[in-house]
Design a protein around this ligand. Sequence first.
Ligand SMILES: [Zn+2]
Length: 326
Amino acid sequence: MSKDGFDFKELGLVCLNCLTALEETGSSLLCQKCGQKYPVLQGIPSFTDINPLFEGRFVGHIRPSRFSNKWFFPVFEYFNIASQRVIFLKRSLKQLPRGSKILDVGCGGGGYGFILKGFGQVVGTDVSLKSLEYAKAVYPVVHASITALPFPSGYFDAVVSSDVLGHIPLEQKAKAFSEMHRVLKKGGLMVHSAIETDSDSVWFRFAKKYPALFQRYHIDKHGHIGLEMPSVILDRCREFSFDILNVGKINAMILRPEVIIGWFDNEYREKNKGIAALVEISKWIDRFKISRIGFSLLLGVTEKLVNPFIDVNKTTGLLLCCQKRK
Ligand SMILES: [Zn+2]
């Protein structure tokens, strides 16, 4: 038992070299078969190097709304454009049996932890040790890369991620998918809510007209070093023998004011008068709670009407629920 109260044995941790169960010895975990040792840092078993690109980032939490018990909340959430990824996550995980084991890969500070814990026993992994120090207040965590997961094969009922795969370098994608596939049970769910993608959307086509700005505000700002077209991601799922159960799109044609501000409230304003105006309107909407909520609902309804007619490659956020073939 660690001093934070996690029983490492219960996490099912195995050696990365030989997939043998690990024994706790003093301040580290030891493989009985090949002798490989893994340190425990700040109460967190560590299986990877620290990646300075992500250290201490993405530590926000999504807490359940204080209105979540009110009768109107499901309706509000259903139409609110900002809730679509959470709705997708919940709808996907609802299929899991009770007591399911869930792996939250690239969990950062455990942002979706409070939601995930409603569906089973959750373990979080991330390459950022500092972010994990926040996440461990929510659920047990392990310092590990998505490309080398220290868990037995066929161990989890679901592997979930939120805003992770866009951060994985292209040359590591296949390894990441093969690891997520390996640790899942047959029939287990892989749910990404969402994957940041490359896109053929009007927004990205405009943004890419200025390659230096695109690099600065769409790649470097967030560490989106592994953006791929949605169709490429879907093909890879099929290649790894996942059946695709459900696909959703966010940030396709309809962007929320805060996304418009995040993307274009910079040198892009000087490139196009229409964009400059949109940024100004978005800032105005974003200033008052009432206009923010009103527009979230209005845009949510519009998105629902428009999205079915939009090609998947026009999204910049892919919602994906797959099942490992039985
Ligand atoms: Zn070993």
